[in-house]
Design a protein around this ligand. Structure first.
Ligand SMILES: C[S@@+](CC[C@H](N)C(=O)[O-])C[C@H]1O[C@@H](n2cnc3c(N)ncnc32)[C@H](O)[C@@H]1O
Length: 257
C-alpha cells in the first residue's frame, strides 16, 4: 500500500456538500477491501443523501454496517458485485453463485427455483437468468420473479433472457407461406414454429412438447431445429451419446419432481 492509499476513511462532515466533497476527493484512494466510516449517516439527512447519491451515481456495490445510532455506518468497499445466475445450465461464471436443478459441474449448486431462493433479502447486486422463465408454469414464473426482486439490493439489476417472439413469428409466417405454396417439408417447419410460439408460453413442465417433437424426428430433419437450438439439440435426442442425461440441457426432460 502506498502513502497515498487509504485503508480506513473516516468522514465526519455532517452536511451534504462537505460529505460529497470528501467522497469526491478521497474515495478513489481507498484500497479494495478498505472501509469508509460515515459519522452521522444515521442522523443527518444531508450526509445520508450525499452517500447514497455517490454510490448510486457510480453504480458501486457496497455493504452498509450500522455501528451505533448516529452511525458511523461503515460500508466495505468491494469491486466485485454479488451476482447469481439462476438455471445456469452449462454456461456459468465461476465467481457468481450459480444454481440449477441439474448442476452441470461442482461449481453449480443444486436448487429447485420453484422454491424460495437461497439468499437473504436485499443481498445481491445482479440476478440473471437466461431461457429459464419459459420452463415454469405461469404461477411458478410469477412467484419466481417476485423472489428475484426480493433478493436484490436497492438499485440492483434483474436481467431476464427469454425466447425472441419476433423471430419466432417471422419463422411461423415463413413456414405458413411455404406450406401454402406447396413446398416440401414446410409442414414440419410450421409444426415446429407452432411449438416454439405456443408451447413455450403455456407449458406446465420444463421442456414442454419440444422434447417429444424433437425425439420423433429423423436426423435428416434436424438442421432446422439445430439452427434454432444449437448444441442443445444433441442433449435432447436420446440416441446421441451426449444426450438427455447431460445436465443443463436446454430441454432435457419433464421435470415434475
Ligand atoms: C434452456 S436451459 C438454459 C441454460 C442457460 N441458462 C442458458 O441460457 O444456456 C434451462 C435451464 O433451466 C434449468 N431449470 C429448469 N427448471 C428449473 C428449476 N425448477 N430449478 C432450477 N433450474 C431449472 C434447467 O436444468 C436448464 O439448465
Amino acid at each position: 500500500m502506498s502513502a497515498s492509499q487509504i485503508a480506513l476513511l473516516n468522514i465526519d462532515a455532517d452536511w451534504y456538500e462537505s460529505v460529497k466533497l470528501c467522497l469526491d476527493t478521497f474515495y478513489d484512494r481507498v484500497v479494495t477491501g478498505g472501509f469508509i466510516s460515515f459519522d452521522d449517516y444515521g442522523h443527518w439527512q444531508g450526509c445520508r443523501q450525499a452517500v447514497d447519491e455517490f454510490f448510486e451515481a457510480r453504480r458501486l456495490p457496497y455493504k452498509l454496517q450500522q455501528v451505533d445510532y448516529t452511525a458511523p455506518l461503515v460500508p466495505e468497499k468491494h469491486d466485485k458485485a454479488d451476482i447469481s445466475n439462476l438455471g445456469c445450465g452449462e454456461r456459468f461464471h465461476p465467481e457468481w453463485v450459480n444454481l440449477d436443478l441439474r448442476p452441470a459441474s461442482p461449481g453449480v449448486q443444486h436448487w429447485d427455483l420453484r422454491k424460495d431462493l437461497p439468499f437473504p433479502d436485499a443481498s445481491l447486486d445482479v440476478v440473471y437468468h437466461s431461457h429459464v422463465l419459459e420452463h415454469f408454469s405461469q404461477p411458478d414464473g410469477l412467484r419466481f420473479l417476485g423472489r428475484c426482486r426480493k433478493v436484490l439490493r436497492p438499485g440492483g439489476l434483474l436481467r431476464v433472457v427469454v425466447p425472441d417472439l419476433e423471430r419466432i413469428v417471422e419463422l411461423y409466417r415463413q413456414a405458413l407461406s411455404d406450406a401454402l405454396n406447396g413446398q416440401p417439408d414446410a409442414h414440419f417447419a410450421y409444426d415446429w414454429a407452432m411449438i416454439e410460439m405456443y408451447d413455450q408460453t403455456v407449458r406446465e413442465f420444463s421442456g414442454g412438447e419440444m422434447v417429444r417433437f424433437v425425439r420423433e424426428l429423423s436426423p435428416s430433419q434436424h438442421s432446422l431445429i439445430r439452427s434454432r437450438l444449437g448444441g442443445e439439440l444433441d442433449r435432447m435426442v436420446p440416441s446421441n451419446p451426449q444426450s438427455s442425461a447431460a445436465p443443463g440441457s436446454r430441454h432435457p426432460q419433464r421435470i415434475r419432481e
